[in-house]
Design a binder for this molecule. Structure first.
Ligand SMILES: Nc1ncnc2c1ncn2[C@@H]1O[C@H](COP(=O)(O)OP(=O)(O)OP(=O)(O)O)[C@@H](O)[C@H]1O
Length: 264
């Protein structure tokens, strides 16, 4: 069995206009895990994913995916990667079927393969009835489900989900959570970024917390809980990111709103 990590970051750093966003991050990820990749807004989660996907090149350090340094290689490694971006762009003028046909073919799938997979996936995601409608007419949740189908149609081994539950109804959320576990059980690796702490807590085999450019926690939820003597992942997150003033912040917001209202 190949024990080489599926993903390895060594001393990964990046700056934007003088701001150190990632500060020498080291990380090894093995196949068959769900990694909850969390951190405050602006911590650098999406930036990390964009570097791994080859969308940003101004970084320092080394990124290995499937055992190969990405800067040395062709873009072939991307054929085995799936990605749902936080704010995914779709082509409004295409129909849902045209979009998946297009994405599938970009990944090198034959139309025969696409035609076998697409009806089942669309059916499960409640998109079959609208497969020939233009994406521009879709609701937020329908677009999100289409992005998820597009990210998985080529059977990727490494999957990046950035807030995949955005806009999904409670039924779809259950499907996606179960689907992530089944993909993990089938040996896939999922890098899951989200601010919904109770889902991250329940679904992740390993949780990585990024704060101010550094990894400040790395382990299973049970390990983080034992180490930090806190109850929930939300509590651990607040403690490790040094945030203990939510009550005060809420009070300030409400009093300013009321004050301004009163002056009008
Ligand atoms: N192209 C860019 N040019 C300049 N600054 C950038 C660029 N991309 C990201 N940044 C900055 O890098 C930091 C990290 O951004 P990133 O989007 O990676 O955060 P995040 O952890 O994904 O946040 P969120 O939880 O809000 O999605 C932010 O300060 C952001 O302003």
């Amino acid at each position: 069995m190949n024990k080489e990590p599926i993903l390895e970051l060594s001393h990964l750093s990046i700056q934007f206009t003088g701001k150190q966003v990632l500060d020498s991050i080291n990380l090894k990820v093995n196949a068959g895990e769900i990694i909850g990749y969390i951190g405050p807004n602006g911590a650098g989660k999406s930036t990390t994913v964009k570097i791994i996907l080859g969308l940003l090149s101004s970084y320092k350090g080394e990124v290995k995916v499937f055992g190969e340094i990405i800067s040395d290689k062709s873009i072939d490694y991307k054929r085995k990667i799936g990605y749902v971006p936080e704010n995914g762009e779709l082509y409004d003028d295409l129909t849902a079927k045209e979009y998946i046909d297009f994405v599938g073919q970009m990944y090198g799938l034959t139309m025969e393969t696409i035609d076998k997979k697409l009806p089942v996936l669309f059916d499960e995601f409640d998109l079959y009835g609208v497969r020939n409608k233009r994406i521009g007419s879709f609701s937020k949740g329908m677009k999100q489900k289409l992005l998820i189908v597009a990210s998985l149609i080529h059977n990727p081994d490494l999957i990046f989900f950035d807030e995949p539950l955005n806009g999904l109804d409670a039924n779809s959320v259950m499907v996606i959570k179960d689907m992530m576990k089944k993909l993990r059980d089938a040996g896939k690796t999922i890098f899951y970024s989200s601010h919904i702490m109770d889902v991250v807590e329940k679904i992740s085999d390993r949780i990585i917390l990024l704060n101010q450019g550094n990894i400040v926690a790395d382990g299973s939820f049970e390990e983080l809980k034992a180490k930090n003597e806190e109850g929930s992942l939300e509590d651990i997150f607040n403690q490790l990111t040094g945030f203990d003033s939510h009550g005060e912040s809420a009070e300030n917001i409400v009093s300013v709103i009321q004050g301004v209202e009163a002056d009008v």
